[in-house]
Design a protein around this ligand. Structure first.
Ligand SMILES: [Zn+2]
Length: 206
């Protein structure tokens, strides 16, 4: 099992996550979950939109775990929706950081559009935290988004991939860029002992 640094997540990213969770789960649902994972301090009190350190990555991972546990069989779908809402928050609130302000995607071929938005996501994360290692990989002929510092599964162990929120964000990003729903699969996950979390871009669903 790889030993991982327990890095710090900045206020603006926690704010983005909590806002998206509230949008999907409702205020009550979110508050219950925050209490079960020891993050009571965020009940009715989100961190400001700045770059100061907020919580540890492992606490963020536990928040994801708490949502999964609270909703049982519905947890996975809930986290996928939170991930989608989180990408939309980025487009709405952080267009410049994401690199999408005033970009004419329609002029690019579809694959270029996907690469553009996924590179934008990786760069935005790296700008918010220099320790983040996220990149696009095409080495086996498939396009994939890879992060070796994924916070969602920090300190978690599982037989199967667990980064549903991330799958949701990548799905929404690709849909935003192409207008199509693509199959996104988490093929590798740090929680199962892999060296990184890897999200493979499959085929369009229709
Ligand atoms: Zn992960």
């Amino acid at each position: 099992m790889t030993t991982r640094e327990d890095s710090v997540i900045i206020n603006s990213l926690v704010r983005q996550a909590l806002t998206s969770m509230e949008e999907v789960m409702g205020e009550h649902g979110l508050n219950v979950v925050l209490k079960t994972c020891g993050l009571d301090k965020f009940v009715g009190n989100y961190p400001p939109n700045d770059l100061e350190p907020s919580i540890k990555a492992s606490q963020y991972a536990q928040l994801n775990q708490a949502i999964e546990d609270f909703y049982g069989r519905g947890g996975r779908g809930m986290l996928l929706r939170v991930g989608r809402a989180s990408f939309q928050y980025g487009v709405r609130e952080q267009a410049a950081l994401l690199g999408v302000a005033g970009v004419a995607l329609k002029l690019m071929p579809e694959k270029q559009r996907i690469k553009f938005i996924l590179n934008g996501m990786a760069d935005a994360l790296k700008k918010s935290n220099p320790e983040v290692d996220a990149y696009l990989d095409e080495s086996d002929g498939k396009l994939a988004y890879v992060e070796s510092t994924c916070a969602i599964c920090n300190g978690r162990h599982s037989e199967t991939p667990v980064c549903y929120l991330y799958i949701g964000s990548v799905s929404e990003a690709v849909q935003w860029a192409t207008g199509k729903e693509y199959e996104i699969t988490e093929t590798h996950c740090l929680a199962k002992g892999d060296e990184y979390c890897r999200f493979e871009i499959g085929e369009p669903k229709e």
